[in-house]
Design a protein around this ligand. Sequence first.
Ligand code: ATP
Ligand code: MG
Length: 551
Amino acid sequence: MENKSSSNFLKNIVTEDLKSGKADHIITRFPPEPNGYLHIGHAKSIILNFELADEFNGKTHLRFDDTNPAKEDTEYVESIKEDVLWLGYEWDDLFFASNYFEEMYNRAVLLIKKGKAYACDSTAEEIRLMRGSLTEPGQRSPSRDRSVEENLALFERMRQGEFKDGEKVLRAKIDMASPNINMRDPVLYRIAHATHHNTGDKWCIYPMYDYAHPLEDAIEGVTHSICTLEFEDHRPLYDWVIRECEMDNVPHQYEFARLNITNTVMSKRKLKQLVDEHVVDGWDDPRMPTISGLRRRGYTAEAIRNFAREIGVARADSVVDSKMLEHFIREDLKLKAPRTMAVLEPLKVVITNYPEAQIEMLEAEVNPENPEMGTRQIPFSRELYIEQEDFTENPPAKYHRLFPGNEVRLKNAYFIKCNDIVKDETGKVIELHCTYDPETKSGSGFTGRKVKGTIHWVEASQAVPAEFRLYEALILDEDMTDEASFLEHVNPKSLEISHGFVEPNIKDSKPQSKFQFFRHGYFNVDPLNSTHDHLVFNRIVSLKSSFEVKK
Ligand code: ATP
Ligand code: MG
C-alpha cells in the first residue's frame, strides 16, 4: 500500500526546510504526558513523528512531558515505552522534561531580568475573570508593575516553598490587549506542593505546558515540533518563549488534525474514568482504544500502522469510521491466521450410523487462502458438537441449516441429516440424532446431490473447552463521544461471554496466538486470563465487513 502518511503536508514542509537551508537535519519527538496509557490517537502521532524523521534520515526522541506531578506515575512511563516499542518504533533518545527543571527555572529568571515576567498575586479565578474575551481586552494585574528585584525575590521564595498552592504564579508580561488570548500574560509557573515521580520533593513550582514545551523542544534540538490543531493559537506563545528565553536552537511548531473515531472516547481523562469507575477491567481491557487494549484484543502493530498510513495526516478535523480499523486487522490476519473451527454455544449431535469407538482423522488446509501453511488433522467420530443456532425445530423460510429432516454439510467432513431430537424436561433441545452419508466425504469429489447449508462442528471426545469473549462497541452513540455524559452511552452488552469448544489441534496455543474461527471471525488467545487448562479467546473482529477502502 502507498505510504500516505509520508506523502503528507509535513513531508512537504520538511523537504522545503532542507532545501532552503532553514534546517540541515530533522529531529522530531513524541512527547506524551505520563498520566495514562497510550491510545490509538497517540499511535497516529507516534507513527507520524517516527516515519517523518526516518524518511529524512532524522531522529525521533521519546520525551516524557512530566511537568504535572499530581497525575503522573511511573506505571504510565513503563506502559508508554512498551507500547511505542510494540508499535515497532525505537527512539533515538529518551528524555524526561523534569530533568530540565533547573534550566527552565534559570530561563524564567532571565525573563524576569528582562522585564518579561512577573510574580502575580491574583488567584486563578481572578486571572480568569481579568483575561477579557475575544471582543474585550484583558485587565492588567495589580502585580504587573513590580520591580525586577521584587520579582526575582518573590520567584526565589516561590521556589523555596514559602507560599501555598495558588498563592502566587509567575506570568509572562506580554500584552493584555492582544487579540490572541494566549498572549495575555499567560501563567508560566504555578505552585504545587506535590511529590513528583522523578524529582521527588525537590520542586514545589512547576512550569506550565506553554512555557515548558517549547523549552523542551529547544533543549533537545528538535527541529519540527508536531502537535494537534488545538495548539495552533498557542504557536505565537511558543515562538515568544523560544525567542525571549534566548534559546540556541529554534524549533518550529506544526499542527495536524487529531484522530477521532466513531463510537470511541479518545481522551486519557475519559479513559481513566472508565478504568476508575470499573466500567472496564483496566487500561488494557480489550474494549479500550488503548494500544494495550487493542493488543490484548488481538490487534497487530502492523494493522495499526497500516490504518494510520491510510488515514494519513491532514489539517482538517474529521472522524474516522471505526469499521476502518477493523478492516485493517482483517486484512492483516487474512493470510497469517490459521483457520479452525470453534463452537461457541454447543449442541450435542450423535451420528447414529457411525461406528461406536471409531475416530477417523480428516484432513483440511490450515488456511485455504495461503496453501503454504499446510494441512491439519481434524478428528471425526460418532459424537460432535455443533452451534445451537445452527439448528431449529421450526425453520423460517430460507433457513438452510439443520432442522428435522434436513441435510447439511459439515465443514471439512460429511453430509448429515437430522432424524430425531432429544429434549430435556423443560422442552429445550439437548441432543440431535443424525445420520451421515459416507459417500459425501469432503474432498472425495462427491456430486450426487447438493445441500444448501454448511455448518461447523467439533468432535466431542477430543474437543477442548474454551471461553469466548465477544465484544461490541463500548460507546453506543456515534457522535456524543465528546459530551460530558459519555458514561450514559456505555453499551451494556459490550462484552458477552460464552463457553464452548475448539478443535484439539489448537489446545497448546500460546497467549496472543491468533486464529480465524470458521464463520465467527478472528480471535486472540487472551494474554492475561488464558491458561493451558482454561483457554480464553477474545474476538478481535467478526468476518463480515461493509467497509471498503477507497482507492
Ligand atoms: P488526551 O487528550 O487523549 O489526553 P493528550 O494530547 O493530552 O491526549 P499527550 O500525552 O499530551 O496526550 O499527547 C502526546 C502526543 O500525542 C501529543 O503530541 C498529542 O498531540 C498527540 N495526540 C494525543 N491525542 C491524539 C489524537 N487523538 N490524535 C493524534 N495525536 C494525538
Ligand atoms: Mg493532555
